[in-house]
Design a protein around this ligand. Structure first.
Ligand code: CAO
Length: 481
């Protein structure tokens, strides 16, 4: 919006030649607000807490999330926000809920681990969003919440009647955050799951061995990766709202999220134009490069050559391997540790450039040494010399690792219908916002308390809404009809 020019600005814009004799203007003695690096004025900064760190609430206390997410990408995002203290109200379809409640079920009659591990610290309310009384409840929730997070198929939220214009009118401060498979463009209407995103975002094409087909990774970079991206977008939008007073749309396309994580491969695509990628082992093997970045097997992602090597017991243990990096500054230590001291000065081995064409043979020689030791023994010996190595840890070993339990990265959670189970806690540790992991909600567990405490409905109104059927599963006969 164009602003009216101030007197001072008008005077400034006059041509220099016509400028009157310089007048000394006495500025008011009022102290200007000191601008801090974050753009807030000092006077707006809250008084510093004198409570001990970790005992003055949580980072997102007071933030309320209308959580319309399901499956993995969206729930990852809202679970993180809940761990940071947001009140996350998960809206689920009556009788059904998030589809993952019933997927990959391991304990009959109980919510699956798929669901419980992605929905900690949330509350659940069941609402049929296509029922007029359901929409009545949703309208109130929109007014009472700060953020709506959803990862429905493209268009589903609009079809419910919850368009941006509608939400923005009801609550102009609301942030509407969405995960979609693709951003605007030819594929924007497509439904997308994890592996589709891995393929469309450049991960599959660059993962696996050169001789084999593209591979998807075990890390859920499409779902959980995009959920992480979305959480950052939401927190940034909340921060901006402190200044602007208004909400905004936040969109994370899974293709974009995966590509962001594959950034180094787009780097390599451009480097191909100026020559072969010398750090890829196919260079040393004399195999020509094509038009696109190839799959690099277990080559190191950075400029330091690395490979996965067998360790003692590999014949029977599929995880008896170690990732070994021949970092240039510790090359001399590597030569000593594997028993090839002459390689330290031999011009055929002494420099990274000389080693590049023979990396395969060098790693084979290092493997002769690693195969004499367990992966943990290799790690101990290498760490003494600052040689970077990574033991291939199985999920069993990770689950049993005491240090991960001690930090709360792996936590044991109790659940009323399934009993104790292991989960991954908040991987982001904050000294003044400590995360406790509480169990996921049962379907609709908090419906009454949300209607009463959050939305302030009176008993007769609650009865009216409930009797309408908007919060419960349709009866069998209705379903069949
Ligand atoms: N009350 C009434 N209806 C509800 C409801 C509620 N509380 N919650 C959901 N629904 C309805 C939706 O309105 C939608 O109905 P319409 O198609 O008639 O508009 C319907 O449930 C199904 O929603 P959906 O299309 O999102 O679900 P799906 O199982 O068919 O698709 C998925 C799942 C993940 C492919 C799709 O949601 C999607 O592409 N999401 C975006 C990308 C994404 O997040 N993918 C990652 C998922 S994790 O691997």
């Amino acid at each position: 919006m164009a602003k009216k020019k101030s007197k001072k600005a008008k005077a400034k814009s006059k041509p220099a030649a016509k400028k009157p004799a310089r007048k000394v203007v006495k500025l008011a003695a009022k102290k200007p607000a000191v601008k801090k690096a974050n753009g807030n004025s000092k006077s707006a900064a809250p008084k510093m807490s004198n409570k001990p760190y970790g005992l003055d609430g949580k980072a997102l206390d007071g933030v309320r999330i209308l959580d319309f997410t399901h499956v993995q990408s969206g729930p990852t995002c809202t679970q993180l926000l809940a761990w940071f203290g947001a009140d996350v109200i998960k809206v689920e379809r009556p009788g059904v809920g998030d589809i993952t409640r019933g997927q990959l079920v391991d304990v009959k009659g109980a919510d699956s681990l798929y669901f419980t591990m992605l929905n900690h610290n949330k509350r659940s309310i069941t609402i049929d969003s296509k029922h007029p009384q359901g929409m009545r409840v949703l309208n109130e929730l929109i007014k009472k919440c700060d953020v709506l997070v959803e990862n429905f198929a493209p268009g589903a939220l609009d079809r419910m009647g919850l368009t941006w214009d509608y939400i923005n009118k009801l609550n102009p401060r609301m942030i509407v955050a969405s995960v979609k498979g693709f951003g605007p463009g030819p594929y924007e209407d497509c439904k997308v799951y994890e592996n589709v995103a891995q393929c469309a975002g450049g991960s599959a094409s660059t993962t696996g061995f050169r001789e084999g087909p593209p591979l998807v990774t075990g890390a859920q970079i499409g779902d959980s990766g995009t959920g992480l991206h979305l959480a950052l977008g939401i927190v940034s939008a909340l921060f901006q709202r402190n200044r602007t007073g208004r909400g905004q749309k936040v969109l994370c396309a899974m293709q974009d999220g995966v590509l962001n994580l594959c950034r180094v491969k787009l780097r390599d695509q451009q480097r191909l134009k100026v020559g072969p990628l010398a750090e890829y082992s196919q260079f040393g093997e004399g195999v020509a490069f094509g038009a696109a970045v190839p799959r690099a097997g277990n080559d190191s992602g950075g400029g330091q050559p690395g490979w996965i090597l067998k360790c003692k017991g590999w014949e029977t243990d599929p995880d008896a391997y170690i990732y070994f990096i021949t970092q240039a500054p510790v090359w001399q230590a590597i030569c000593d540790i594997i028993g090839e001291p002459t390689w330290k000065t031999d011009p055929e081995y002494a420099t990274p450039r000389a080693r590049l064409p023979k990396l395969k043979a060098i790693f084979r020689r290092i493997e002769d040494w690693t195969m004499t030791l367990t992966k943990f023994e290799v790690m101990t010996q290498c760490n003494e010399h600052d040689i970077p190595v990574g033991p291939i840890l199985s999920m069993k070993e990770i689950a049993e690792e005491p240090s991960l339990r001690a930090t709360g990265t792996v936590v044991e959670v109790d659940h009323p219908t399934r009993g104790k189970y292991l989960s991954v806690g908040n991987p982001i540790k904050m000294s003044d916002s400590v995360s406790e992991v509480t169990r996921s909600p049962l379907l609709g567990e908090h419906t009454d308390e949300i209607l009463t405490d959050v939305l302030g409905f009176k008993a007769n109104e609650i009865a009216e809404i409930k009797n309408s059927g908007a919060l419960s599963a349709p009866k069998k006969e209705e379903k069949a009809a």
